[in-house]
Design a protein around this ligand. Structure first.
Ligand code: PEP
Ligand code: MN
Length: 347
């Protein structure tokens, strides 16, 4: 890929200082490392789950973004979630938008926004809906394509989930890949910040996306993530962003098809290993919790029928080959041994 689309900037515009500070650092470090920024993002109307949470700086931030465009030559983009947001942007001359995942779920609203910007040449990036529904995502995209005058992009930000996972939002890669097959001409961007919710996983998820043929990345970047008023845990500094981007392998950098094929598989493997590593630690922590409950209630720490259920669960998901069965027996023995040792230490 010769020119990946790079979108960076804070989750939310919080103040003029925070926005300028972030933009300045991105500008400095990107020029030093020869990286170019395609869009500078900042949410100014924030869709928050809790009504008491910071909900964005609002309309005043549009003029800060115009100043950033003037001073740094960054193309600003904001989330619009209502036709009125589109109108405010049009008045301030902001023409790059994204549609958030909570908006994409609502076809009425998406249509109203599409109608509101139908006369305006603009860029619209449609995030996937929070639920894993390819047709709903595709339908949202179609509504803007029908406008004819909008440049349309798609952003994959993962899907809400209730199960325990190392990701904030499950990537379910087959959905964006299917979308790419349906709309090969629409650039597909990955938002690893909202998928992972965790800076330590941003690089590996970004690499997977690039390996799957994504056209770019949207990464939340804040001058001081710890002090961010929204999504503080997942934002990274401009310096971290530049480091991640420099570490990524973009398609054009690879040499032979064999190397390319191997690298793809290894990236996926690395991601699986990260998940196994984290889940194993979580499992040990649960074992410790159980040990405390058993101790407090004078219960025996070895409960064979419980372990039988664990074994049954693993076996029901096993590969049907002898080699795997032998491996699984050894692994389960180790796991059980470890669990007994940890629990006995707590007694
Ligand atoms: C965002 O990009 O800040 C945002 C609110 O994203 P999403 O709609 O993916 O939750
Ligand atoms: Mn965010």
């Amino acid at each position: 890929m010769s020119n990946p689309i790079i979108i960076a900037g804070p989750c939310a515009a919080e103040s003029r200082e925070q926005l300028f500070g972030t933009a300045q650092q991105i500008a400095d470090i990107f020029s030093e490392k020869g990286i170019s920024l395609t869009y500078f993002r900042a949410g100014i109307w924030k869709p928050r789950s809790n009504p008491d949470d910071f909900s964005g700086a609002g309309r005043q931030a549009l003029s800060w973004l115009r100043e950033i465009e003037r001073d740094f030559h960054f193309a600003p983009c904001v989330e619009i979630a209502r036709p009125e947001h589109a109108a405010a942007c049009a008045e301030e001359g902001i023409t790059n938008f994204w549609i958030g995942s909570r908006t994409t779920v609502n076809p009425f609203l998406v249509q109203e926004i599409a109608d509101a910007i139908s006369g305006l040449p603009c860029t619209v990036m449609v995030k996937n809906p929070i639920n894993p529904d390819l047709n709903l995502w595709a339908g949202g995209i179609e509504r803007f394509l029908k406008n004819g005058n909008s440049k349309v992009l798609a952003i994959h930000r993962g899907f809400s989930q209730n199960s325990e996972s190392i990701y904030r939002n499950a990537p379910i890669w087959q959905i964006p890949i299917e979308l790419k097959l349906r709309f090969p001409e629409i650039p597909l961007i990955c938002d690893p910040s909202h998928i992972t919710g965790d800076p330590s996983l941003i690089a590996s998820v970004s690499q997977i996306a690039l390996d799957f043929g994504f056209d770019g990345l949207m990464i939340e970047t804040h001058i001081n993530p710890a002090a961010a008023l929204s999504d503080s845990k997942q934002q990274i500094t401009p310096a971290m962003l530049a480091e991640i981007i420099s570490s990524l392998i973009f398609k054009s950098q690879t040499t032979s098809p064999t190397e390319e094929a191997l690298r793809k598989q290894r990236t996926i493997l690395y991601n699986i290993d990260s998940q196994i590593a984290e889940l194993l630690v979580k499992r040990m922590q649960i074992i410790d919790n159980i040990a405390v409950i058993k101790k407090d209630n004078n219960l025996p720490f070895v409960q064979p029928q419980q372990w039988g259920k664990v074994v049954e669960n693993y076996k029901s998901k096993a590969l049907d080959d002898q080699q795997y069965k032998i491996f699984l027996d050894k692994f389960l023995e180790l796991l059980h041994q470890q669990s007994i040792e940890r629990q006995s230490k707590k007694q």
